[in-house]
Every structure is written in structure tokens, then in C-alpha cells.
Design a protein around this ligand. Structure first.
Ligand code: GLN
Length: 189
């Protein structure tokens, strides 16, 4: 089984390392042709406006929307979560618009721009290590979306069928259980 990591900008090598620790093969995805060879894809953290712009430049928008229509699993982390959201608060520019969530960018106050914590993540564990870096949060979820984790009453992880989203960076820790969970979603497909 092969899991891709969209490699236009952001934390790519770190995700590949976690995919391999969790027992699958990780591939850096730089061209749309490569999407045919993978069973699931991670959209990494970075800067969502930059990654969104590069996705348009390299023609990734429609092929990724088709990838999702085929119910192939997609995991968005941090900026990646912003890329798959249907709505972005206070911003007209949207990206892939796959998951029925509204996100707020850079949603944690100044002193909390970056921090690390353990989270209770439903179906995974009650001590999942998470790194938040100028993280977004999920303000609203549609009926089909299951909330997986909250931090101080705010939604920070959710799932809608084959779509998984986390506000934080699970790849900047040594805890690969989020990746193992995603690989299970791909296996069950
Ligand atoms: N603040 C970034 C954005 O809005 C996301 C930060 C991240 O991915 N660590 O795109």
C-alpha cells in the first residue's frame, strides 16, 4: 500500500517518516500523474495560501477532487485541513472544498501561536501528542462529520467518511498513531 504526501510546500519528509514508521510506503507527490499510483494522500501543514496557489499552478485541484470522489482517503493536517474545508471563515478564496467544515485560520491567540499538548482523540487514544503551529480550528461541522478531538472546547480533529482532518501537526512528534489510523482507513477502503 502506498500513501502519498503532497510535496508542493510544507512538512513533507516528516509525514513520510511517520507513514513508514506506521508500516506503509510513503511517496512525495509532485505531479498529478503520481496520484494514480497511491491509495491515499496526506496534505501537509505549511501555508495554505501558498500551497493552494501551487496546487492551481500545477493543476492539482480537479485531480484531487476526483481522487476524493473515488473515496480514496485524504488526510489534511493544519494547512492541509484548510485546503479540504468547504468554508474558510472571513476568506472568499477556497481550495478543494471537500469536507463539510468551516475553519478559522490562525485561530489560537498570540501566546498560544505554537504549543504542544496531549489530546484525547476518539478511536485512537487519550494521549495523542500534538504540535500546534499557527493552527486553524474547526468552527462548524456538517451532519456527516464526526468530531474526533477538542482542545479547550474547540474542535481540532474530525472525520467525514474517507476524509480526516487535524488542526495540529502529528508528524512533528514520535507518535505515529494518527498515521496508523489513516492507514487503517485506507486499508478498509
Ligand atoms: N497558518 C497556516 C495557514 O493559515 C497554517 C499553519 C500550519 O500549517 N502550521 O495556512
Amino acid at each position: 500500500m502506498k500513501i502519498g504526501v503532497l510535496a508542493l510546500q510544507g512538512a513533507v519528509a516528516e509525514h513520510i517518516r511517520m507513514i513508514e514508521l506506521a508500516g506503509a510506503e510513503g511517496v512525495a507527490i509532485k505531479t498529478i500523474e503520481q496520484l494514480n499510483d497511491i491509495d491515499g494522500i496526506i496534505l501537509p501543514g505549511g501555508e495554505s495560501t501558498t500551497i493552494g496557489r501551487l496546487m492551481r499552478t500545477y493543476g492539482f485541484i480537479e485531480p484531487l477532487q476526483e481522487f476524493s470522489q473515488q473515496k480514496k482517503p485524504i488526510f489534511g493536517t493544519c494547512a492541509g485541513l484548510i485546503l479540504i474545508a468547504k468554508e474558510i471563515s472571513g476568506q472568499d478564496q477556497k481550495h478543494l472544498q471537500l469536507m463539510d467544515i468551516t475553519v478559522a485560520r490562525n485561530a489560537f491567540g498570540r501566546q498560544r501561536e505554537s504549543f504542544e499538548t496531549d489530546l484525547v482523540v476518539e478511536g485512537i487514544a487519550d494521549d495523542v501528542r500534538a504540535v500546534f503551529i499557527r493552527a486553524p480550528l474547526i468552527e462548524k461541522v456538517g451532519k456527516e462529520v464526526r468530531v474526533l478531538a477538542e482542545y479547550q472546547g474547540q474542535i481540532v480533529a474530525a472525520q467525514q467518511g474517507h476524509l480526516l482532518a487535524a488542526s495540529y501537526h502529528p508528524e512533528l512528534t514520535d507518535d505515529y498513531r494518527m498515521h496508523a489510523y489513516f492507514i487503517d482507513m485506507v486499508n478498509q477502503k
